[in-house]
Write a new protein. Structure first.
Lengths: 386, 406
C-alpha cells in the first residue's frame, strides 16, 4: 500500500533538523528556564534563541513574540486579551467582528464573550472565500473592539487582503488580529507590512512539533493574559515554557523561511497538475478565483459523499481530509463552504488535499488514478441509489 | 564551571529530567506517527488518537480516576486557571462569589484568584500554621454562605508539606463548595485515589514527574458531575472543555511518565527518603539551621532549610556546584524573600538564607554526601566573614541590638 500524506494543513511531519535541535531538550538539557542555576540558564538561552528565530521569520523584534501552547491558545489569547485590555482601559464593550470563515478557535471565543457583554458579529465572505469589504465597512459603523480575519483559510487556502482590512479598521481605531497559522511558511508573512496589532502562528503546521505557537504583538497593544501564574513571557503567558517544543518551533521557522521559495515552486506545480486534472474530471474547486495557498486544493464531486471518498482514498494509501481536522468528527458540512454560498449537498462532498514540500509529482499522479477509479465506482453506486 | 562539569542537580521540584524510557516512547510520535489525533479520515489520525487514549488511561490509573475525567492541558498553570476561573464563573450565579485559598499556594493559583477579585469575586487567603499546614478549624471558620470554590494544594512546591486534602474535602462537601487541588508536586510522591478523595477538580503536570514540559491535565469529576466554563474555545477537543490540537508526543510522554510513577513510586520513594534523611542529618550538624515546614506531613523528596547568619545571595553564589533553588523557581528571579516562608512566620533574614533541596530519581548517595560536605565548608567560610555570626558567638542577642541608621 502506498503511504502518501496529503494532509499537511492538519499537521506536518517534523523535519529531521528540527528533531535534532529538540532532542537535547528532551534529554540532558532539562532545566526550567526560570531557575537561576546553569540548567535553568541553558534552557532560558535556548528559549530566547528560538524567540529570535521566530521573530525573524515574521519580521519583528524578539520582544514582540509571546509563546503559547499552540495556535488555539494564541487565538483565544488574542480575542480574549485584546477585548479585555480595551475594557480595562475604559472603552465600551463593542462588537467583535470575525470573518465567517474563521477557524472555530477565533469565532468561538468571540461568541463566548457575548456572555460577558460583548457582541460577536460575523463578517460575510464572497463565493471565493474573500471577506466582503463593503460589509465590513458597514459593520464598523457600530462601535467595535476587535476585527479578526485569518490570513489564509485552512480549508480553501484562500488568502485575505489583510492590509485593506487594516486600513478600514484603522479609520475606526479598531485593533486587527490575524490568524496566520496556515499562512506561515507558505507565503510571505511580514507582520509590519500587514499592519495588524496581533498575529497568531503555530509550530506544527510548518514542520515543527505540536505544543508550541505564538502570538506576535504590536508593542502598543494593550492585552490581558489568558493564563495567570508565575509571570513567564513578561507576565503575558504564565506557565513553565515548553522548552523542547519552543526550540523546535524556532528551528522550523528558520527552515520554513529559507525554504519558502522552493516550497512555493514545488507545491504550486503539484497544485497546477492536480487542479487541471480535477477540473477535467468534473470536480468543483472551491475558492478557485481567490489567491490561494500553493499547497491547498479543496474540491467536491457532485453527488459523491466526501467522507466516503476520503475513506476509500485512505484505504488506497492516500491521507487526505474531508474538512478541517478539528471539525471532522462533527458530520456537519464545512461552515466555510456554507458561508461561501455552496449548497449543503455539494459541501458534503468536500475533500481537501494539502501538500508538503516532500510530496512528489508521482504521488499526485498515483492519487489522480486512484481518485478517478473511486469516483467512477461511487458514481455507479449513487446512480443505483438514485 | 571551571571544572567543566555540570553541577549536581537537586532541583527536581522545579522540573525533572525526562526519564529516558519516556523520551524513547515519545520520539516515534515526533517522526513516523505524527498524525493529528483529531484527523478522522486516515490512519495517521487514528494511531495518534489511540496513543492519546492509552496515555489518558495511564494518567487516570495513577490517581484512581476514570479516563473520561481527564482533560489534557498545556500544563499545571493552565489546569489551575481552567479549574479556578472555569468553576468560579460556572457556579457563581447559583452559589456566590467567595473563594477560599491559602497564602502559600503556587502563583498559578494565587494569580487567577487575584484576577477573579478584579472581576468582583472576594477571596480569603488562609495563613497556614507555622509548620505550613492549614488547620481544618481555620478553614471551617473562613466558610461563608456564598463560598463557591476552595483551592488548596496537595504538596507545597517550596517546603513539600502535604495538606489534609481528605479533611478539607469533606468540609467542602458538607458545605456544597467546589474543591480544587493543585497536585502538580504530588504525583508519584503521595498516593492519590480520587475514587475516595472528596475532590472535584485536580491539576497535574508532567514535567514534575519525569515527563515532558508543555503538558498537563485537569481531573474533572463526573460523579457527582462538576461543570466548568471552558477558557479556550475552538475545535471542541476534550469534550469542549479545552480546545486545541493535542500534542500527541507530549501526551504519550505524560502517560509513560505516570505509568512509571505508578509502578515504581513505592520503592523509589523509600530510596529517596533515605537520601533526604541522610541529607537532613548531615546538614543538621551545622549550627543554627532551621527546617522549614512540617517534617512528618511532607514528601520525602523535599528538604527546605534556612541557614542563619549567612546572606542568601552569597550563599547561592557559594554553592554553585549544586543546582538548588532559593524560593520557588517561578519567583526566584526576584529578590523578594519567599512569600511561602514568610507566611510560615519566618523572618526576612531566614527566608532569604533558605535553600530548597529537592531530590529525585537520579540522585545518588554520593551526590548527597558531596552536598553535605560543600554546605558545611561554604557556610563555615561565609560565617567566618560575618560580623553577625561573630556577635552571635559572643552571646549578643541580635534581636535587641539597635542598629544605627545610615
Amino acid at each position: 500500500m502506498a503511504n502518501v500524506y496529503f494532509d499537511h494543513n492538519s499537521t506536518t511531519t517534523i523535519r529531521p533538523e528540527v528533531l535534532s535541535a529538540m532532542l537535547p531538550f528532551m534529554q540532558s538539557q532539562h532545566g526550567n528556564p526560570t531557575s537561576r542555576h546553569v540548567f535553568g540558564r541553558n534552557a532560558r538561552d535556548a528559549v530566547e534563541a528560538a524567540r529570535a528565530q521566530v521573530a525573524k521569520a515574521v519580521g519583528v523584534q524578539a520582544s514582540q513574540v509571546v509563546f503559547t501552547s499552540g495556535g488555539t491558545e494564541a487565538n483565544n489569547f488574542a480575542v480574549h486579551g485584546i477585548t479585555a485590555g480595551s475594557a480595562r482601559n475604559g472603552f465600551d464593550k463593542g462588537q467583535i467582528l470575525t470573518s465567517a470563515v474563521e477557524h472555530p478557535c477565533v469565532s468561538k471565543p468571540a461568541l463566548a464573550l457575548q456572555a460577558h457583554g460583548w457582541v460577536a458579529k460575523s463578517i460575510p465572505v464572497d463565493e471565493s472565500c474573500r471577506v466582503k469589504i463593503d460589509a465590513l465597512e458597514a459593520l464598523l459603523h457600530v462601535s467595535s473592539s476587535l476585527v479578526s480575519v485569518m490570513l489564509a483559510n485552512n480549508e480553501t487556502g484562500a488568502m485575505q487582503d489583510i492590509a485593506q482590512i487594516v486600513t478600514l479598521a484603522r479609520t475606526q481605531k479598531v485593533a486587527v488580529h490575524t490568524d496566520a497559522v496556515q499562512a506561515l511558511g507558505k507565503m510571505d508573512v511580514d507582520f509590519n507590512a500587514l499592519g495588524v496589532q496581533a498575529m497568531t502562528i503555530s509550530s506544527h503546521k510548518i514542520g515543527g512539533p505540536q505544543g508550541a505557537g505564538a502570538l506576535v504583538l504590536d508593542k502598543r497593544v494593550d492585552i490581558e493574559p489568558l493564563l495567570y501564574g508565575g509571570g513567564q513571557e513578561r507576565g503575558l503567558r504564565s506557565g513553565t515554557e515548553n522548552v523542547a517544543a519552543i526550540v523546535g518551533f524556532g528551528a522550523a521557522c528558520e527552515l520554513a523561511i529559507s525554504g519558502l521559495q522552493s516550497y512555493r515552486e514545488k507545491t504550486a506545480a503539484l497544485q497546477a497538475k492536480l487542479d487541471a486534472d480535477l477540473r477535467a474530471m468534473g470536480a468543483n474547486i472551491f475558492a478557485a478565483d481567490a489567491n490561494r495557498l500553493p499547497n491547498t486544493t479543496f474540491f467536491a464531486f457532485p453527488h459523491i459523499e466526501g467522507e466516503t471518498l476520503v475513506t476509500a482514498l485512505d484505504k488506497a494509501g492516500f491521507a487526505v481530509a474531508s474538512g478541517s481536522a478539528c471539525s471532522s468528527n462533527s458530520g456537519e458540512p464545512s461552515h466555510v463552504l456554507l458561508a461561501m454560498g455552496v449548497t449543503e449537498d455539494l459541501a458534503r462532498g468536500a475533500v481537501r488535499v494539502s501538500f508538503g514540500s516532500n510530496n512528489t509529482a508521482q504521488e499526485v499522479d498515483g492519487f489522480l488514478i486512484t481518485l478517478q477509479q473511486e469516483v467512477a465506482r461511487l458514481k455507479q453506486y449513487s446512480a443505483i441509489a438514485a | 564551571m571551571t571544572t567543566g562539569r555540570k553541577p549536581i542537580y537537586l532541583d527536581y521540584s522545579a522540573t525533572t529530567p525526562v526519564d529516558p524510557r519516556v523520551a524513547a516512547k515519545m520520539i516515534p510520535f515526533l517522526t513516523e506517527d505524527f498524525g493529528n489525533p483529531a484527523s478522522r479520515s486516515h490512519a495517521y489520525g487514528w494511531v495518534a488518537e489511540e496513543a492519546v487514549e492509552n496515555a489518558r488511561n495511564e494518567v487516570a490509573k495513577l490517581v484512581g480516576a476514570d479516563p473520561r475525567e481527564i482533560v489534557w492541558t498545556s500544563g499545571a498553570t493552565e489546569s489551575n486557571n481552567l479549574a479556578i476561573k472555569g468553576a468560579a464563573h460556572f457556579y457563581a450565579p447559583t452559589k456566590g462569589k467567595h473563594i477560599i485559598t491559602v497564602a502559600t499556594e503556587h502563583k498559578a493559583v494565587i494569580d487567577p484568584v487575584r484576577e477573579l477579585e478584579r472581576e468582583g469575586f472576594e477571596a480569603t487567603f488562609l495563613e497556614p500554621d507555622a509548620n505550613g499546614l492549614v488547620s481544618l478549624e481555620k478553614f471551617k471558620a473562613a466558610i461563608r454562605p456564598d463560598t463557591v470554590l476552595a483551592s488548596v494544594m496537595f504538596v507545597n512546591n517550596e517546603i513539600g508539606v502535604i495538606q489534609d486534602i481528605e479533611g478539607i474535602g469533606n468540609i467542602c462537601r458538607e458545605n456544597n463548595i467546589i474543591f480544587h487541588v493543585d497536585a502538580a508536586q504530588a504525583t508519584g510522591k503521595v498516593k492519590i485515589d480520587l475514587e475516595k478523595l472528596p475532590v472535584d477538580l485536580m491539576s497535574f503536570s508532567a514535567h514534575k514527574t519525569y515527563g515532558p514540559k508543555g503538558i498537563g491535565a485537569l481531573f474533572v469529576r463526573r460523579k457527582p458531575r462538576v461543570r466548568i466554563e471552558a477558557q479556550m474555545h475552538g475545535g471542541g477537543h476534550e469534550r469542549g472543555m479545552r480546545s486545541g490540537t493535542l500534542p500527541t508526543h507530549q501526551i504519550v510522554g505524560m502517560g509513560e511518565a505516570f505509568r512509571i510513577a505508578r509502578e515504581e513510586m513505592d520503592t523509589e520513594n523509600e530510596r529517596i527518603r533515605m537520601l533526604r534523611d541522610r541529607l537532613l542529618k548531615g546538614l543538621s550538624e551545622i549550627e543554627e539551621t532551621y527546617v522549614n515546614g512540617d517534617l512528618v506531613h511532607r514528601v520525602p523528596h523535599n528538604l527546605n532549610m534556612s541557614f542563619n547568619y549567612v546572606e542568601g545571595e552569597s550563599l547561592m553564589m557559594a554553592v554553585k556546584d549544586i543546582a538548588v533553588s532559593s524560593g520557588s523557581a517561578c519567583t526566584s528571579a526576584s529578590l523578594e524573600p519567599s512569600y511561602v516562608l514568610r507566611a510560615l512566620g519566618r523572618s526576612d533574614e531566614l527566608a532569604h538564607s533558605s535553600i530548597r533541596f529537592s531530590i529525585g530519581r537520579f540522585t545518588t548517595e554520593a551526590d548527597v554526601d558531596y552536598t553535605i560536605k560543600l554546605m558545611k565548608e561554604k557556610i563555615a567560610k561565609l560565617r567566618e566573614l560575618s560580623p553577625l555570626w561573630e556577635m552571635f558567638k559572643d552571646g549578643v542577642d541580635l534581636s535587641k541590638v539597635e542598629w544605627a541608621a545610615h
